[in-house]
Design a protein around this ligand. Structure first.
Ligand code: HEC
Ligand code: HEC
Ligand code: HEC
Length: 403
């Protein structure tokens, strides 16, 4: 969320708040009193979103220094060729995977492409790679006052600390076996962030809101200048390879988490809906035509309503306490598929196709069954998001495999 409001910041804020050094102060004065906003201000209410903008980026955890990717890959900690079993997890190869198979490694480099040059020229931005309008999402854009002496924006792209939080306080202790789990037990997800600067990516609700903060909302003038439209479906984006046929690979594997497909889909729709609604408000405030933003909010609103009907909530936090069953996944898959006949555009068709995939996947797993070959054949057509009868037939064929 914040990313769009951040780019509005110069218009909204007194200059003092724009100085990097005052981010932490603005955070505490703007947010500490409002407990409802405390953890994820960017997804809760418009008032929280505005407060978050004033505080800088909610994912830029205030008060801690950002160290940069080399500190994570150094010492051989996260740059092994192969993961090994440590503290009950297969870990150690994250930097290796990130630097070869993760789309985020290219986020900064993309700002030098012809497309980026064209966007920048239309917006009278001199250099995309130096502009806040771009690096707020295409890099680990830590406020200068929070940058370690050796931190270089260009080295990081969307790096480790973009998603895991600033390393200053956790770098040393988290190397001890079992430390993160122990601290999570002691402080909870919110406490990990405030005590150690660590964003708890195992919390799927927080993870969804974190991804969405870069992947959904954008200023309309960027789109008008030729920025690709943003879209997000958490299940397919979380497993990268589903989105990009094998070229990408994540450095984590949560395929064994119970109901993972359904949870990622539902929390993704809920987080996207919240961000899409905030986007409508932000565009209104800028007096931009909101038609595109409203269509997006409606699309995710329909997904969130299905999540509420079958899993018990339409917010990411609420869904942490959701109820999951094979029957509910099946029924939700059918409801998502029923949206297909009136789907407009590739983004909505893909949102439906991946939703049906996620929910069917959860349902097959619950039954201890493999999805039949026919399911994956239909998936190929569905996920391409193409037009017409063939696409609708593929969606129908996928849910029919659940019978
Ligand atoms: C700091 C902003 C930021 C965050 C946080 C972020 N992303 Fe991204 N992501 C990007 C950018 C920018 C790109 C485009 C990279 C490029 O330039 O090619 C991208 C690309 C991707 C792609 C490739 C999309 C495609 O069309 O090929 C996937 C998949 C993805 N992100 C998933 C995720 C997931 C899952 C999360 C959360 C766990 C996440 N992202 C968090 C900024 C972010
Ligand atoms: C709100 C966050 C955000 C902002 C601000 C933003 N981008 Fe992006 N950009 C993204 C994401 C996310 C993607 C990947 C979209 C996807 O594939 O799902 C992306 C994709 C792109 C791509 C396509 C990359 C590719 O691999 O084809 C280009 C080019 C690009 N952005 C340039 C820019 C430029 C130039 C600016 C500043 C003028 C900018 N972006 C500002 C989030 C952002
Ligand atoms: C786009 C967001 C994103 C980026 C960038 C990112 N991570 Fe992760 N990381 C995640 C998510 C989501 C998980 C899965 C949840 C978990 O297990 O903590 C994860 C998990 C991990 C884990 C636990 C491994 C496991 O199997 O669960 C380690 C260790 C890790 N990341 C290290 C790194 C390092 C080192 C970097 C930089 C090279 C990095 N991450 C960059 C999002 C990200």
């Amino acid at each position: 969320m914040s990313r769009i409001l951040r780019s509005l910041a110069p218009a909204l804020l007194p200059p003092s708040l724009l100085l990097a050094g005052s981010f932490a102060a603005a955070w505490s004065s703007g947010l500490q009193g409002t407990t409802a906003c405390a953890l994820r201000p960017h997804v809760e209410t418009v008032a929280c979103a505005v407060a978050a903008a004033q505080a800088g980026d909610p994912l830029i955890v205030p008060g801690f220094r950002y160290l940069g990717n080399p500190r994570c890959s150094g010492g051989g900690c996260h740059s092994a060729e192969q993961a090994t079993m440590q503290s009950g997890q297969m870990i150690g190869d994250e930097y290796n995977l990130w630097s070869t198979r993760d789309p985020h490694r290219e986020a900064f480099g993309s700002l030098f492409s012809d497309t980026s040059r064209a966007i920048a020229a239309k917006m009278s931005i001199e250099s995309a790679s130096a502009s806040e309008r771009c690096i707020s999402c295409h890099a680990t854009n830590a406020p200068p006052a929070q940058r370690d002496a050796n931190f270089v924006v260009a080295d990081n792209a969307v790096g480790c600390e973009s998603c895991h939080g600033p390393g200053e306080k956790y770098l040393d202790p988290h190397a001890a076996a079992g430390w993160t789990a122990q601290e999570r037990g002691k402080h909870g997800t919110a406490g990990l962030r405030t005590t150690h600067g660590l964003i708890d990516t195992t919390d799927l609700s927080l993870r969804a809101s974190m991804c969405v903060s870069c992947h959904l909302q954008i200023d309309k003038d960027l789109l008008d200048a030729g920025h690709p439209p943003l879209q997000f479906e958490m299940y397919s984006y979380n497993f990268y390879y589903l989105y990009n046929n094998g070229d990408y690979e994540t450095h984590w594997d949560d395929s064994k988490v119970p109901w993972i497909g359904a949870k990622l889909w539902a929390m993704g729709q809920a987080a996207s809906w919240a961000a899409a609604k905030a986007q409508v408000q932000a565009w209104k405030a800028k007096k931009w035509d909101t038609a595109v933003a409203e269509a997006q909010a409606q699309m995710y609103g329909e997904g969130a309503a299905i999540a509420k009907k079958h899993f018990g909530a339409d917010t990411p936090e609420g869904l942490l306490k959701g109820t999951w069953s094979a029957e509910a996944c099946k029924a939700a898959a059918a409801d998502v598929a029923a949206l297909a006949p009136k789907a407009v555009g590739r983004i909505q068709r893909k949102n439906i196709a991946f939703g049906v995939t996620a929910l069917c996947d959860a349902s097959f797993k619950a039954a201890g069954a493999e999805a039949p070959e026919a399911f994956w054949t239909a998936y190929e057509t569905a996920a391409a998001g193409g037009d017409g009868d063939e696409w609708s037939a593929a969606i129908r064929a996928m849910v029919e495999c659940l019978r």
